[in-house]
Design a protein around this ligand. Sequence first.
Ligand code: THU
Length: 136
Amino acid sequence: MKALPKKSWPYDKLIAAAQKALANSYSPYSKFAVGCALLGEDRAVYSGTNVENGSYGLTICAERAAVFTAVSAGCRKFVAAAVVSNSEKFPYPCGACLQVLSEFAAKLPIVLVNREELTKETSLEKLLPSPFRPGS
Ligand code: THU
C-alpha cells in the first residue's frame, strides 16, 4: 500500500476524475460508492460511477459505466484506469467489469484507491489473465 501518488501522471488526473464521479454515485442500497476513470488512447479521460436500482440486479458498476461513456464518445482503447471507493477496502473490479474492460485493452495498469486515499497498483492482465474471447 502506498500513499496517494498525487503528482504521478496519469494517476493524479485519473484519481481526481474518479473521485468526482464517485461523488455522484447512486448507491442507496449497498452504500458502497465507486468511481472509475479511464485514460483513453486519445488521451481523454472518461469516468463513471455505480448506479443502483430498486430491482437490484439492474445495478451498473462504475467501471462499466465508464467504459460505456468512453465507447459512446468514440474511444475504444484504454491505456490506464483508476477505481476509487468510499470504503476502507480497495475496490477491486468485479469479474463482469474485468471482462468488459478486456474487450478494449489487453494490458491496462489499474490503480485502486480506498477512502483513506491509500493506493494499490495492479493491472487487468493480473486480475483477469485469461479473458473470454469468442472462438478462443
Ligand atoms: N460495484 C462497482 O461499481 N464496481 C465493481 O467492480 C463491483 C461493485 C458496485 C455495484 C454496487 O452498486 C456496489 O458496488 C456494491 O456491490
